[in-house]
Design a protein around this ligand. Sequence first.
Ligand SMILES: Cc1cc2nc3c(=O)[nH]c(=O)nc-3n(C[C@H](O)[C@H](O)[C@H](O)COP(=O)(O)OP(=O)(O)OC[C@H]3O[C@@H](n4cnc5c(N)ncnc54)[C@H](O)[C@@H]3O)c2cc1C
Ligand code: FES
Length: 351
Amino acid sequence: MTSAALRSRAWKLLEMVTTPLLPSDYLDLVSPLRAGADLRGRIEAVHPETSDAATVVIKPGRGWRGHTAGQYVRIGVDVDGVRLWRAYSITSPTNRQDGRVTITVKAIPDGKVSTHLVRSTKPGTLIQLDQATGDFVLPQAKPAKVLYLTAGSGITPVMGMLRDIEFDDVVMVHCAPQPQDVIFRDEIHDLVADKKLRLTEVHTDADGMLDIARLDELVPDWAERETWACGPAGLLDAAEEHWAGHGVQERLHTERFRPSIVVAGDGGEVTFSATGKTVDADGATPLLDIGEEAGVLMPSGCRMGICFGCVTPLRAGAVRDLRTGEITEAEPGALIQTCVSAAAGPCDIER
Ligand SMILES: Cc1cc2nc3c(=O)[nH]c(=O)nc-3n(C[C@H](O)[C@H](O)[C@H](O)COP(=O)(O)OP(=O)(O)OC[C@H]3O[C@@H](n4cnc5c(N)ncnc54)[C@H](O)[C@@H]3O)c2cc1C
Ligand code: FES
């Protein structure tokens, strides 16, 4: 018998004697970041950035495969005994010497995970991690001219890029209510002082929201620049329209933190058959939120229709895709993304 086969048999025996807990469970207790464990991370520090944002330093477990600048990671955090998954852009450079990764989180009012991470997470906390993913990344061939158009916490994936790759000609337009709300302000002003970046800060409390047409004045050659934009839906919708209107939409790359919800209709009574709960739902609130609110364990990830971490069988009734208005009716094998689907009449989903 080879040593690999022996190890495998010994492992199986161990599993038999330790059931219902498996040996891997015991190992998780002593070595949660070991290779082969479900990917975890240990929070090592939380550094305040502004009054409502903080950078979280994570030591990933052995299975971490690294990231590309601009990508995001899904993390699973226990808040009040419930595991909640959210997506956060990685703000550390890809070649960080100590192997740690950082995310930078802005606490939003009533936000379960963001508030928890910014205000009450302690170093030493274990979280679940997924591998980094996302296509909001820089191309292999360096563009001659770059524009970063960001607002609020939308600066995070771009900070990951700025820390990773230098360009000869890079301009940033960043919006925040006031100077003290600009996350990474000192660092980006250092880049400006070193002539590595040209920056326009728009302070929306004083100047109002950025009118996208002002780009002609702020960045006269904006249409020639390969552009990465991240921020609230209003800014990104306006940018997409503007770039398309000038026939240069292929130069614009956007990252959204929330889905654009365009369609709503009548809701209905939602049954979570596996849990035995029934609640009324309007036609605009994602079933993911409805389920969580009702105390149903709902899997999730990005919460905006891109990761498929929330896919759930639809057993009866119909749901509406909030992005397109498309109706999905129950039939054998029907699956829905609960984060972008709302009740369209009574329905039963298998949670
Ligand atoms: C690809 C991707 C990358 C992301 N990167 C970052 C990042 O780098 N930094 C960061 O801070 N966040 C980022 N987010 C957003 C993050 O995943 C969470 O949505 C955010 O932290 C809110 O979660 P929560 O649990 O605090 O709020 P929840 O408890 O889920 O929601 C509370 C309330 O806030 C509303 N809400 C939810 N999300 C937002 C939002 N983003 N803005 C305004 N209102 C919201 C909800 O509709 C609800 O009413 C990213 C999202 C995606 C999809
Ligand atoms: S949670 Fe990512 S697709 Fe629904």
